[in-house]
Design a binder for this molecule. Structure first.
Ligand code: DUC
Ligand code: ZN
Ligand code: ZN
Length: 487
């Protein structure tokens, strides 16, 4: 190579499995060469032995999305992606939402239109399916998967999007057949509604009652049911935003049975707890999300799962609702907790929190950090090895980390369109000094220096199609019954 577009010298690289020192030669936005004393480059950056890690992948993000409950997401694809870049994230996977009665094709096209030309980092979509008609599943889904959207999201709660058990089974079977995977928000709707009514009847309206309305046992009920459905249909499942230690045990048991079930957790389940909802006035609403942060002490179980490899991904569930407006309070401020928008912002603070609390405090090593921060999401959602690693041929999405940089999280530092962060005042050690998207510098510390609109849609690979589901045949063969051919 006569000259690289860019050479990063003296990089202490880490992937999910390896650590090595190299110069990184970049051509046309991709890693062309990894070696010693390579070069020259038209431009050179001296990493000076600092960590150079794959750019973050935030695989659970809500931007410019119609949300259940009517709250307006403050971030657009433009503002959310700038905030992401300033926190070291170079790929995000937000949601496209199907409304009931709407075709899946329209839903995905609508979100492509919202993102195209406005996004500062690369992106894919998960498609929320709220109306899994036979036509949607058999006629639309194959094209959507072929178009690179290979992950579907289902809800077991929230009246406007939740699916009945029978719909979940049909949609899971269709996903398996098409080589898509499914993500499920797991909470038992009846249990949440029943608890909420009981609290409201007694006049218990403050944000601090939100965790009691959505108890961990109701998360566990849905986790068990969804892992059972995944077992029956053979689909690959991601249990999103796992909040409690007991859910971990249920997922681990399903894995031992051979069910392909992945698990995600989020910063709010290690850095917040239910006491954060018990702040004066409405301040507690700044930590109101679902599933809720649990009792103090529960975070130790979440950390255990991050440390021992139980969790596959660490995502933000970035839900940007402004506190001073109809975002958090679409029905006014004088309402009970169940009429406030559920969700916390976190796209910019996700990676620094995991690095600071995880790597710097010695809870996880650098390889586990890369796995949780980017590599596993890339593998699970079909973006690997283009994203999520440092390898010849991969996109040059890289972060040079300043692991000694100390800061205190302050909303004034952040780039989202939200007027608060639930992590205000948290001490952080380590921040991406330089973030590159396909070889272009997009952020330096807290400053965005990329170009809004340079982000590209990255189609995801589908999983190997497992064919049509025949649980009856499988069950019967366990009982020793043989079906005649064609039966
Ligand atoms: N709950 C959700 O289900 N999604 C967004 C955020 C939240 O709190
Ligand atoms: Zn959710
Ligand atoms: Zn979410």
């Amino acid at each position: 190579m006569s000259q690289f577009d860019l050479v990063i010298r003296g990089a202490r690289c880490a992937t999910a499995s390896d650590v090595f020192v190299a110069d990184i030669g970049i051509v046309d936005g991709r890693i062309h060469t990894l070696g010693r004393s390579i070069g020259p480059g038209r431009r050179e950056i001296d990493a000076g032995g600092r960590w150079v890690l794959p750019g973050g992948i935030d695989s659970h993000v809500h931007v410019d999305q119609r949300q259940t409950g009517g709250g307006l997401t403050a971030d657009t694809f433009a503002t959310g992606s700038v905030a992401a870049a300033c926190g070291g994230t170079t790929t995000m996977i937000p949601f496209a939402t199907q409304d009931r009665g709407q075709s899946l094709r329209w839903a995905i096209e609508e979100y492509h239109d919202r993102a195209r030309g406005k996004t500062a980092i690369d992106y894919n979509f998960h498609l929320i399916v709220a109306d899994p008609t036979a036509e949607a599943l058999s006629e639309e889904l194959p094209d959507i998967v072929a178009g690179g959207c290979t992950s579907l999201k289902f809800f077991t709660v929230y009246d406007d999007v939740m699916l009945k058990d029978r719909q979940l089974l049909d949609a899971m079977a269709a996903a398996r057949c098409e080589g898509a995977m499914v993500m499920v928000h797991c909470e038992n709707a009846a249990g949440v509604a029943w608890m909420t009514e009981r609290l409201l009847e007694r006049g218990l309206h403050a944000p601090k009652y939100h965790p009691a309305a959505r108890p961990a046992i109701m998360e566990q009920e849905a986790v068990y049911r969804m892992t059972a459905f995944a077992e029956l249909t053979g689909v690959s499942l991601m249990v999103v935003h796992v909040s409690s230690g007991d859910s971990i045990a249920l997922i681990a048991a399903a894995r031992r049975r051979g069910v392909q079930v992945h698990a995600e957790t989020c910063p709010q389940y290690i850095a917040l707890d239910s006491t954060d909802l018990d702040r004066p006035g409405l301040e507690g609403a700044k930590a109101l999300c679902s599933p809720p942060p649990r009792w103090r002490g529960n975070e130790a179980a979440i950390w255990q799962g991050l440390e021992d490899g139980f969790f596959d991904v660490f995502s933000s569930d970035h839900s940007p609702y402004r506190f001073d407006s109809s975002g958090k309070f679409p029905h006014g401020r004088d309402v009970p907790f169940n009429r406030m928008s559920s969700g916390v912002p976190g796209i910019e603070t996700r990676s620094p929190i995991l690095f600071s609390e995880g790597v710097r405090k010695g809870r996880i090593d650098i390889n586990r950090f890369v796995a949780l921060n980017s590599a596993n999401a890339a593998k699970i959602y079909g973006l690997y090895p283009r994203k999520g690693t440092i390898a010849v041929g991969s996109d040059a999405d890289l972060c040079i980390w300043d692991d000694r940089y100390e800061t205190i999280i302050d909303n004034g530092l952040l780039h989202h369109s939200v007027d608060y962060t639930p992590y205000q005042g948290m001490r952080i050690t380590g921040w991406p000094a330089i973030t590159l998207l396909r070889g272009e510098v997009v952020a330096e510390y807290h400053s965005f220096c990329g170009t809004s609109g340079n982000g590209r849609y990255v189609p995801a690979e589908k999983r190997m199609s497992a064919g049509a589901v025949t649980p009856t045949q499988a069950e019967l063969s366990k009982l020793g019954v043989r079906l005649a051919s064609g039966q």
